[in-house]
Design a protein around this ligand. Sequence first.
Ligand SMILES: [Zn+2]
Ligand SMILES: [Zn+2]
Length: 106
Amino acid sequence: MSFQEKSIQCFDCGTAFTFTLEEQEFFQSKGYTNEPKRCPSCRQARKERQGSSTYQNGGSSTYRPLRQMFPVTCSRCGKVTEVPFEPREGRAVYCRDCYSTVKVSR
Ligand SMILES: [Zn+2]
Ligand SMILES: [Zn+2]
């Protein structure tokens, strides 16, 4: 297998760079069939960006516990329902259906 050095224009910055024999051999050893689209510095920058974004997305920060629900009796229809806030005494609490009705009629 013989390789030839190639001049390629970087997809990102437009700079012409050389796809060297060593790199071509390296690419082949990795099983890559495509030529690189970016110059070494843009490739490096891309790698660092991707690496840092992966790091930020990792971890358990996306985990959210379920909101606590409080059982209440609807002041309008008497149906037992649950609301995501603690009901206060003397304050009317409505089930989902009645809540939308009451809200609209006001
Ligand atoms: Zn570049
Ligand atoms: Zn109701």
